[in-house]
Ligand binder design. Structure first.
Ligand code: PEP
Length: 256
């Protein structure tokens, strides 16, 4: 009994049009009866183009899941063609935004400074960052995962206040496990998630560390979610591929 409600967040990545998103939510609502939401928070993270539809369906039909976005600009407004601001996301009732996902770090060259700026932009707009950290295969093979991930966490939280940090969600996503079908073992997930929580205690205090939800992400499916969220410091999962099938995602959430 940690007091931390598990969070299962579905990262749709660049999948599902707004029409497909509406159909998805209807199927998910059928597949996951209301009683489950007392025990697990279920969030969907659609592409920008589907957020308005997702918000409207959740709101209009009184669905119990929450929603968020996959990226946020570090700037408030202005000449940043193609970017989307925190204010725009907040107006669409986005509760969460992923920041620091390995795909953004790799394909969009987002370094620790950008990740930190985006984390602060999210907080400034009342949106909770789901801060992603994780090591590549080379680092894992050198047993450097703990140092790598805790350094990413510390860098991302520069100038973040204790009050803000206490609401944070962190996702440990080993890059070698994302979309590969190769899942970290529960003990591997626990090792890094516990180290991330210990780092929060060092940066802030035990109260902040105990409040933050630390998720695991990387090839989580209904078949392995149970053992992963059974670990003491793993408070849920960030789910990519398995979040695109409403039946599978509902099953996964029910198990969690
Ligand atoms: C992700 O990219 O956040 C992720 C966890 O993907 P997958 O579940 O497909 O490995």
């Amino acid at each position: 009994p940690t007091g931390r409600k598990p969070l299962i967040a579905g990262n749709w990545k660049m999948n599902l049009t707004h029409l497909e998103a509406i159909a998805f939510l209807q199927k998910l609502a059928y597949g996951l009866p209301e009683k489950y939401y007392a025990k697990v928070e279920v969030a969907v993270l659609p592409p920008f183009t589907a957020i308005r539809s997702v918000q409207t369906v959740i709101d209009g039909d009184g669905l119990l899941m929450t929603h968020g976005a996959q990226d946020i600009s570090q700037h408030g407004s202005g000449a940043y063609t193609g970017d989307v601001s925190g204010q725009m996301l907040a107006k669409l009732q986005c509760r969460y935004v992923t920041v620091g996902h390995s795909e953004r770090r790799e394909y969009h060259h987002e370094d620790d400074a950008v990740v930190n700026a985006k984390v602060r932009a999210a907080f400034a707009n009342g949106i909770v960052p789901i801060l992603c950290v994780g090591e590549g295969l080379d680092v894992r093979e050198d047993s450097g995962q703990v140092g790598h991930c805790t350094a990413q966490l510390s860098a991302a939280l520069e100038k973040v206040t204790p009050e803000q940090a206490a609401t944070l969600v962190v996702a440990y996503e080993p890059i070698w496990a994302i979309g590969t079908g190769r899942v970290a073992g529960p003990a591997d997930a626990q090792e890094v998630c516990a180290a991330l929580r210990a780092t929060l205690a060092e940066l802030y205090d035990e109260t902040v560390a105990a409040a933050v939800r630390v998720l695991y992400g990387g090839s989580v499916k209904s078949g392995n979610v149970g053992e992963i969220v059974g670990e003491a410091d793993v408070d849920g999962a960030l789910v990519g591929g398995a979040s695109l099938d409403p039946d599978e995602f509902a099953k996964l959430c029910a198990i969690a």
